[in-house]
Ligand binder design. Structure first.
Ligand SMILES: [Zn+2]
Length: 343
């Protein structure tokens, strides 16, 4: 029986490591597969590349690929076998991940990993991962160097860094340094479109997406963060618009309008799009349930009225006769079941 060792040491912000979300690095993956399958894989691999390229996810994919029960047959990590599931849930007994986030990696942390390899049983196979390896203190990297110089035969070590020069040259010299490249720009654009569509957000033209991606240096990680943030924002917007068009009193409608304008700083085009979306949804709900918070005929009348109002607002916006104020527009939409809009 083997002594039980702490398998993972994670910082609070270690986050999820589900390589199945990883996109845009197909090229890197197929190159790595060739090396891993050649039987000549260097025992120590350092994944290098700037922030947001998916190095951490790529590292977890490599771990799964090394341990997956199906890998030899299907040439990839299946994501479903017992081994893959243990890697995904961070409970694989032969994997240790040192992920201290932005904090420094101390000698004691490195010693834990060395101990993990020391207890490798004959015929066993273990993988150690050091995320942000440049966070190792000088003393820690010197200690780790011993393992890097003479790794046990059945051990693999994967490190990630966005600052390779932050590591001593002696450490860099002991690794197969693998540059994780930026995915092709067209791939990033296509990928953005898929994520935006799947989260129900507007996609715009390819040029819009290209401008957006350029601002974030085409980094999939940063784009992903911004899209998921704005997806949360768009849920917030939809919730408020729902409150606006289903308000049960003028004062509630005014409250929702003020919330949209002041708190969410919604712009008129966004607001109109969200209202249209909400009206279609209410209509669908009414058809399927034949009841609503508003009585059915009232609801239909209000929806017709609001659609007329939306057309009117759009027409005025197009012809630029007045400067549309988001709060005023929201109020008109909210109040129109009690009175004619103020526009
Ligand atoms: Zn598997």
């Amino acid at each position: 029986m083997e002594a039980v060792t702490p398998k993972t040491k994670k910082s609070a912000d270690a986050g999820r490591l589900d390589w199945r979300e990883l996109m845009g690095v197909e090229q890197t993956k197929s190159e790595l597969i060739q090396v891993m399958d050649s039987g000549r894989m260097h025992p120590v691999v350092m994944l290098e590349g700037r922030e947001g390229l998916g190095k951490r996810h790529l590292a977890s994919w490599m771990v799964a690929r090394l341990l997956c029960n199906e890998a030899s047959a299907i040439k990839k990590a299946c994501g479903q076998c017992g081994s893959c599931i243990e890697v995904l849930s961070g409970t694989h007994p032969d994997v240790m991940i040192l992920d201290m986030g932005t904090e420094s990696i101390k000698t004691a942390d490195v010693e834990t990993m060395r101990g993990f390899f020391d207890m490798l049983s004959p015929g066993g196979f273990r993988v150690g991962v050091i995320m942000n390896a440049d966070k190792m203190t000088l003393e820690a990297s010197n200690r780790m160097l011993k393992t890097l110089e003479e790794p046990p035969e059945q051990a693999r070590i994967i490190m990630t860094t966005s600052r390779p020069l932050g590591l001593p040259a002696t450490v860099r010299g002991r690794c197969l340094r693998w540059k994780v490249k930026l995915p092709p720009r067209d791939t990033v654009i296509k990928w953005m479109r898929v994520i935006l569509e799947s989260s129900g957000q507007e996609t715009g033209t390819d040029d819009d997406l290209r401008m957006w991606a350029t601002r974030l240096g085409f980094s999939p990680g940063m784009i992903w963060r911004e899209i998921t943030d704005s997806s949360e924002n768009s849920h917030l917007l939809r919730d408020s618009v729902h409150s606006l068009v289903t308000a049960t009193s003028p004062s509630r409608a005014l409250q929702a309008a003020s919330d949209l304008a002041r708190v969410q700083k919604v712009r008129v085009p966004e607001l109109l799009g969200a209202v249209e979306w909400e009206l279609s949804k209410l209509n669908r709900d009414r058809l399927s349930k034949s009841e609503d918070r508003l009585s059915s005929s009232d609801g239909e009348r209000a929806t017709r009225h609001r659609r007329r109002l939306l057309r009117e607002i759009r027409r005025r916006a197009v012809f630029g006769k007045i400067t549309l104020n988001a709060q005023l527009v929201a109020e008109s939409i909210g109040l129109c079941q009690w009175e004619e809009g103020v526009l």
